[in-house]
Design a protein around this ligand. Structure first.
Ligand code: F6P
Length: 329
């Protein structure tokens, strides 16, 4: 039987991402348009446990679409990982009259949502909010495009000094277990190579890149390195150290871009994506859908079971790897 949704709770969880505010705004406004009450839950799942609830109206989200970060704040709640924590969260939801949840976050946050929905039979709709772009079933996640643009802006600057000094720069970018940011920012910035966890394990990506570079007799180079490590191996410092030992003729430097990739104003693409996804989340609830993540495929909104979105490894399009290799001659 379909449950009538009177009040929804909305929260952001895990690492923040540019465009989360645009998503909060879209969910809030679409819900109010349909006469659904909105409760803003502060600090992710931790706010459910601590009863940090704020009544949200249309004007609560005014003047937020252009702001980075999340007005709801975010956290990685350890307490919510325990049965007791989730029990408390559910009791607080019932007390506040919250019938359904909208969760905006990445892999870990949506995994938590799936568990909570199963344990307490709560309708939950997930929105993919992460710069990592590592959720299966969606071409893009909210924040990914903005982070890419930020990285490219930084790489353009580093390129100037790399050129002047004839140096190799290893620039480390985020993407906990995924290489989307590294691969695509490498293409967008005209870098010489990207080192990503999705590449074949038996290929030595460093040796491969140096070999290609020699053939091209380039003096300076930019290599985008994903922060992801395999068996404790990886990251920009690891590769720079190897260059010092194995190819001492090169002068290597490291830049770790770090959290600046997560800040800043969201791109137009992310604002539109977040707006469409937020609207679609409320549509899904009204249609009686539950425990799905809103995704985008070929510019069409799709709904993916959360269980698939978080469990399947999203593959990197091999064509991107070829494009980078060919264009960096
Ligand atoms: O998941 C988003 C992300 O930015 C990852 O790319 C990164 O590994 C992680 O979060 C960093 O998390 P924190 O800000 O908690 O250190």
């Amino acid at each position: 039987m379909e449950r009538h949704i009177n009040t929804i709770g909305i929260l952001t969880s895990g690492g923040d991402a540019p465009g989360m505010n645009a998503a909060i705004r879209a969910v809030t406004r679409s819900a109010r348009y349909n006469n659904i009450n909105v409760v803003g839950v502060m600090r992710g799942y931790q706010g459910l446990i601590d009863k940090e609830f704020v009544k949200f109206t249309s004007s609560s989200v005014s003047n937020t679409i252009q702001r980075g970060g999340t007005i709801l704040k975010t956290a990685r709640s350890k307490a919510f990982m325990t049965e007791e924590g989730r029990k408390q969260a559910y009791a607080n939801m019932v007390e506040a009259g919250i019938d359904a949840l909208i969760v905006i976050g990445g892999n870990g946050s949506l995994t938590g949502a799936q568990l909570f929905a199963r344990e307490y039979d709560i309708p939950i709709i997930g929105l993919p909010g992460t710069i990592d772009n590592d959720l299966y079933g969606t071409d893009s996640t909210i924040g990914y495009d903005s982070a890419l643009n930020t990285i490219v802006e930084c790489v353009d600057k580093i390129r100037d000094t790399a050129n002047s000094h004839d140096r190799i720069f290893f620039i480390e970018v985020m993407g906990r277990d995924a290489g989307f940011l590294a691969q695509n920012s490498a293409i967008a910035s005209g870098a010489e190579a990207a080192i990503i966890p999705e590449s074949e394990t038996d290929v030595d990506q460093l040796a491969d890149f140096i070999e290609r570079g020699k053939r091209k007799s380039k003096n300076s180079a930019i290599v985008l390195v994903s922060e992801a490590q395999k068996d404790g191996v990886g990251g920009a410092f690891y590769y720079a150290e190897r260059v010092k030992k194995e190819y001492p003729q090169f002068d290597a430097r490291v830049t770790i871009l770090g959290h600046l990739q997560r800040g800043g104003t969201p791109s137009a693409y992310d604002r539109i994506l977040a707006s469409r996804m937020g609207y679609a989340a409320i549509e899904a609830l009204l249609e009686g859908q539950r425990n799905v993540m809103v995704g985008i495929k070929n510019d069409e909104i799709v709904y993916v079971p959360i269980s698939r979105a978080v469990k399947m490894n999203k593959p990197i399009n091999q064509e991107l790897i070829t494009v980078l290799n060919v264009l960096s001659i």
